[in-house]
Design a protein around this ligand. Structure first.
Ligand SMILES: [Zn+2]
Length: 290
């Protein structure tokens, strides 16, 4: 099954039960026109209160429970990753949080066990209500128009984005009309929020900044001058320098090893501390790794 068809099938099934879901991960990047490699691993964000109901709804509609929890059966990719991270004793979620629930492909598809549909609590990703984000995270609702429900922060994948090409993704065909995605600028906001939040976790920043650079590439190729890329209305002013680093392709700045300066400085600025001044005064928090 084509990824877009499968994604639409999942969100349409959930919408029929009154549950909204937002596409996330590599398949989301593909809708912006990225050529990032994708697996049959489909990630969705849901309002926290809906994840259990969504799991039950998918199981009741032909998706299958994970059966490959034992080595003998060949492990499910989700279980395998969970175990390998525990074995290496790395931080539990250095790269990407684990899903609250996952199911496997629909009973009538050929590759049902290799297909993972992972359900995540939105609160693990979306910026919470703060001075920086006074509107708070938008509710994730199925509906006629994502823009109206979410102050333009969620859009439908069939009405925005570039036309798909052989080598890159893009907008969904018009008949696959149930798939919500973050607007590109809201996705940038989310990734910067995650980069700042996780800058003390080894590895996490690398994933978020890697996705930010993918988004930046889409912006360069497809975005300039397009409405959905220019909706910076809700994009917090203090985060704009980091988006500018991405636009200027300053990947080395975003990926600095060790002290993760850009992200940590941003974090301090957000709580009202000037990092340069704090370094000069040898503030305790700035003594390590600088
Ligand atoms: Zn599984």
């Amino acid at each position: 099954m084509e990824p877009a068809v499968l994604i639409h099938r999942v969100t349409k099934t959930l919408a029929a039960a009154g549950i909204g879901a937002v596409l996330w991960g590599e398949h989301l990047l593909a809708t912006y026109g990225s050529d990032i490699p994708t697996q049959p691993d489909y990630k969705f964000l849901l309002d926290d209160a809906n994840v259990t109901a969504a799991f039950d709804t998918l199981l009741a509609n032909g998706h299958v429970l994970c059966t490959r929890q034992d080595w003998d059966d060949g492990l499910c990719p989700v279980v395998e990753e969970m175990r390998s991270r525990r074995q290496t004793k790395e931080h539990y979620s250095p790269f990407h949080p684990f899903p609250a629930y996952h199911v496997h492909g629909h009973r009538d598809t050929l590759y049902q066990l290799d297909t993972v549909i992972a359900l995540y609590k939105a609160s693990a990703f979306l910026p919470p209500t703060s001075d920086l984000c006074p509107l708070g995270p938008p509710a994730i609702l199925p509906g006629e128009d994502g823009r109206i429900n979410s102050q333009a922060r969620f859009l439908y994948a069939h009405i925005s984005g570039p036309n798909p090409t052989e080598s890159r993704g893009g907008r969904f065909p018009a008949h696959l009309d149930s798939v919500l995605i973050p607007s590109p600028m809201y996705f940038a906001h989310i990734l910067i929020h995650l980069g700042i939040r996780d800058c003390i976790r080894p590895g996490a920043r690398t994933l978020w900044s890697a996705w930010l650079m993918e988004l930046r590439e889409c912006y360069e190729l497809h975005g300039r001058g397009l409405d959905e890329w220019d909706e910076k209305l809700n994009f917090p002013e203090p985060l704009r320098p980091i988006w500018q680093y991405a636009i200027d392709a300053q990947n080395d700045v975003l990926e600095q090893p060790g002290c993760m300066k850009v992200w940590r400085d941003a974090m301090w600025r957000l709580v009202g501390v000037d990092p340069e001044e704090a370094v000069q005064k040898e503030h305790l928090a700035f003594r390590d790794g600088r």
